[in-house]
Design a protein around this ligand. Structure first.
Ligand SMILES: Nc1ncnc2c1ncn2[C@@H]1O[C@H](COP(=O)(O)OP(=O)(O)OP(=O)(O)O)[C@@H](O)[C@H]1O
Length: 603
């Protein structure tokens, strides 16, 4: 296997356009299942689950009166009552957590992964030290500084150590106490800043501690937590992460996504599920087949929430959350996470939340400085040769070290196929991922890219959000997206977890509509804005393409603060906004935004 980008290029040149080796398809959730020698722990959840057999209270089949009448605080008592027979929760066979099924060690792959650094030492926490944080809503729980301050339980703490997380990132410092206190949350924090753990840790801990009744029907899965994400690959990634965080806790995580055999997923679900990670389409299928019920959902997390509530997904999300049997807001706990939150999406999100806290982490400067952004003027017809120049220069300079991976974003699936073909023909080891490829092809491409076998990945927006691929040193926006938020997510595939990265965009006349948003974004992130781009920006009459940030360029402002929203609404938050971190004292930050309290959540 080639060990570096340069080796890969040479190997590819030697092998001409040899196809990558085909491996037998194994769905992600079935991989790495060597028989573990570690017996699953009998965590507190197992005991709690086994004793919590009550059918009374909310969600039970014979609830009289209002189905959702109990306040959320009563949830645990509602579930915890009753005795009944022992046995695992949600399993025909008496429960996976009773030791009948061996839990594969999810950390085994990390140990065997050649590219993984010995420690998570690459994280540069100094970059996050004075990141401004803004919270709004009433009675916001105070943040923590260390994991030790949060009582997540010993099993989770041990997994945090196994992950080599030394201290919480800012979004984790603030979000975890909020979720643990039972509040709904809309959290906006920059790409690569650890949002996945921010929602997974409190969910796992809550399930471990909670008392829940026995599921009412066999052969139907009754998850306690649902994590929805927009793409199959992201769902798989969240599943992999959550399995690490939940290792030996007794909490079982299952993933369901389209494009993979449903029968296998059904079998996994039948073995029992506490946390279901899913893409909306496959979940709707499972719900319609009555193989999953949402009536016991205690936690709902939408990752990439703005995308999930965008036009494409909104009907499916409404169906799942509002039209099936999921408890309503106020009974379940709802968490929305993203790096971007356009105002109209925040408005839509009100339907899913109850008295929520808005959390914005990040400001212009510190963390975005991690991603150096460049924009180059490149005519449509010159893009390929320009890309080749970049790749050659990168190879010549050995830029970004041996393991550098380059992610090239294009607008269309056809464009991705054709660029991949052209790169391969020209001796560059490239692969591609887009929505018209089979799931097997998509997963193969991603694996080949991650491993460094094909260190160039040509992608559509299917790879723009959430994917956490170590060693992506360069993101090229071969085609600039029309929506500036998509640009934010795309470039966020590099410069993650405190590491630095480079993002290059090819701009031409076709992108004039986004010029202003792009220039503003770069400026706010302390990037050098070329004079020609500023001229385009000045000519642009509207805010910049599908810039839905509407006046406030950054997605991090709580829209409840807008006068239009507040008209007729008295003191929505009660407590008002709270600022923390060094920035509040400096005073310079609000001024730099030209508006009091406006925060950039993405940087
Ligand atoms: N406390 C921590 N210490 C060290 N590394 C961490 C910590 N928390 C998360 N990470 C690592 O940071 C990386 C980015 O985390 P994650 O994928 O959750 O980011 P994100 O905020 O969800 O990004 P995106 O907006 O792109 O979805 C991951 O590799 C994760 O393992």
């Amino acid at each position: 296997m080639p060990t570096s980008w340069a080796d890969s290029v040479s190997a590819a040149e030697n092998l001409a356009a040899a196809a990558p080796p085909k491996s037998a398809y194994v769905p992600p959730h079935l991989r790495n299942r060597p028989a573990s020698t570690d017996p699953p722990a009998q965590a507190s959840y197992a005991g709690a689950a086994a004793s919590g057999q009550g059918q009374s209270g909310y969600g039970g089949p014979n609830v009289g009166g209002s189905r959702w009448s109990g306040p959320r605080n009563d949830f645990q008592s509602g579930y915890g009552g009753g005795g009944g027979r022992g046995g695992g929760w949600n399993s025909r066979t008496g429960g996976w957590d009773r030791g009948r099924e061996r839990e594969a060690n999810p950390f085994a792959e990390d140990d065997a992964e050649p590219f993984v650094e010995p420690e998570n030492s690459g994280i540069n926490f100094d970059a996050y030290e004075d990141i401004p944080v803004e919270t709004s809503g009433d009675n916001v729980p105070p943040p923590v500084n260390t994991f030790a301050e949060i009582d997540l339980g010993e099993a989770v703490n041990q997994n945090i150590r196994r992950c080599k997380y030394v201290k919480p990132t800012p979004v984790q410092r603030h979000a975890i106490p909020i979720v643990l206190s039972g509040r709904d949350l809309m959290a906006c924090a920059q790409t690569g800043s650890g949002k996945t753990a921010a929602f997974c840790f409190p969910i796992i801990s809550g399930i471990m501690r909670g008392q829940f009744p026995r599921p009412p029907r066999p052969r139907v899965a009754f998850p306690l937590a649902l994590i929805l994400s927009p793409t199959r690959e992201l769902s798989c990634q969240i599943h992999d992460e959550a399995k690490k965080f939940a290792y030996q806790t007794g909490v079982r995580v299952v993933v369901a996504y389209g494009g993979a055999p449903i029968n296998q997923q059904l079998r996994e679900l039948e073995r029992g599920v506490h946390i279901l990670v899913a893409t909306p389409g496959r979940l709707v299928d499972l719900l319609e087949r009555a193989r999953v019920s949402l009536q016991m959902i205690r936690y709902l997390a939408l990752d990439e929430a703005d995308r999930m509530l965008d036009m494409g997904f909104e009907p499916q999300i409404r169906k799942i959350v509002q039209q099936m049997d999921m408890p309503p807001p106020g009974v379940r706990q709802t968490m929305l996470f993203s790096a971007t939150f356009p105002k109209e999406i925040q408005r839509l999100a009100l339907d899913f939340l109850s008295n929520y806290i808005f959390l914005a982490v990040g400001r212009v400067g510190s963390s975005t400085d991690l991603i150096v952004q460049r924009v180059e003027y490149v005519q449509e017809t010159d893009k390929r040769s320009h890309l080749m120049d970049l790749l050659h220069a990168q190879r010549a300079n050995g830029a970004h070290g041996k393991q550098a991976l380059t992610l090239v974003f294009v607008e269309t699936k056809k464009g991705a196929d054709s660029l991949e073909h052209w790169l391969c023909m020209n001796g560059f080891p490239a692969t591609a991922i887009h929505g018209d490829r089979t799931q097997q092809e998509r997963e193969h491409a991603l694996r080949s890219f991650k491993s460094g076998n094909t260190p160039i990945l040509v992608a559509t927006d299917v790879a723009a959000r959430g994917l956490d691929i170590p060693h992506v040193a360069h993101v090229v926006n071969f085609d600039i997206p029309n929506d500036i938020d998509d640009y934010v997510h795309r470039i966020g595939r590099t410069g993650r977890a405190g590491k630095t990265g480079l993002a290059t965009a090819f701009f031409n006349e076709n992108n004039s509509s986004v010029a202003r948003a792009l220039a503003d974004l770069m400026q706010e992130a302390n990037q050098e804005v070329p004079a020609w781009l500023s001229r385009y920006a000045a000519r642009s009459s509207h805010g910049g393409g599908k810039n839905r940030r509407g006046g406030n360029r950054f997605g991090g402002r709580d829209f409840r603060k807008d006068t239009s929203f507040n008209r007729g609404v008295t003191d929505y938050y009660g407590g008002g906004a709270n600022m923390s971190s060094g920035y509040g004292a400096s005073g310079g930050y609000a001024a730099s935004y030209g508006g009091a309290g406006v925060t950039s959540a993405w940087d």
